[in-house]
Write a protein that binds this ligand. Structure first.
Ligand SMILES: [Ca+2]
Ligand SMILES: [Ca+2]
Length: 191
């Protein structure tokens, strides 16, 4: 460990450049970044979280809810360099995404979390996985009839897909979610 991290500093210390980058990418100020970082290093002294640790940490943001499936999706999205761990930069973006921003910001994040293939489109399968994760979060155990995630996914795509390719791009997704009270509630469990 350590021989390739000389330029960026060690995970235990933040450089002024990193702090500028983090304050620019989030609405956190320097003190908040330092506080998050101190906490992060206290909990994860080697400067990263593996998938299991992330799911445990992220689930705490949804107390009393079953956030496992949602947290797994979130891990894949926030691990933006795909190295199987979440470093402090990825971590602070995850916290910012979850705790800051307006509905559009949150829908953008929801879109990115849902788009697990990273092709900038949400297909039926991706949406069904997301809906199922959202049901877990909301404590909805019924998966039959109208609650069948696959059925809901087909319905939602049918409703929001403007250009007729049976997938949702970011624009269709955000515009559609804002106009549909049920989807809206499903995708912004904090509201
Ligand atoms: Ca990573
Ligand atoms: Ca996709």
């Amino acid at each position: 460990m350590g021989n390739k991290s000389t330029k960026k500093g060690t995970p235990q210390q933040l450089t002024p450049q990193q702090i500028s980058m983090f304050t620019a990418s989030t609405n956190f100020n320097e003190k908040q970044i330092r506080d998050w970082h101190a906490e992060f290093i206290r909990d994860y002294p080697n400067g990263k979280l593996d998938k299991k640790q992330f799911i445990k940490m992220y689930s705490h943001l949804y107390p009393g809810k079953n956030a496992d499936a949602f947290s797994k999706l979130a891990f894949s999205m926030f691990d933006s360099n795909h190295d199987g761990t979440i470093d402090f930069y990825e971590f602070i973006l995850a916290i910012a995404a979850t705790s800051q921003g307006d509905l559009t910001d949150r829908l953008e994040i929801a879109f990115d979390i849902c788009d697990s293939s990273d092709d900038r489109q949400i297909d039926r399968k991706e949406l069904a996985v997301m809906i199922s994760a959202m049901y877990d979060l909301l404590g909805e155990t019924n998966r039959s009839g109208d609650y069948d995630p696959k059925k809901r996914a087909v319905e939602i795509i049918g409703k929001l897909d403007v250009n007729g390719d049976k997938k949702l791009n970011k624009y269709e997704f955000i515009a559609g979610c804002k106009n549909d009270p049920i989807i809206h509630r499903l995708l912004s469990p904090n509201n």
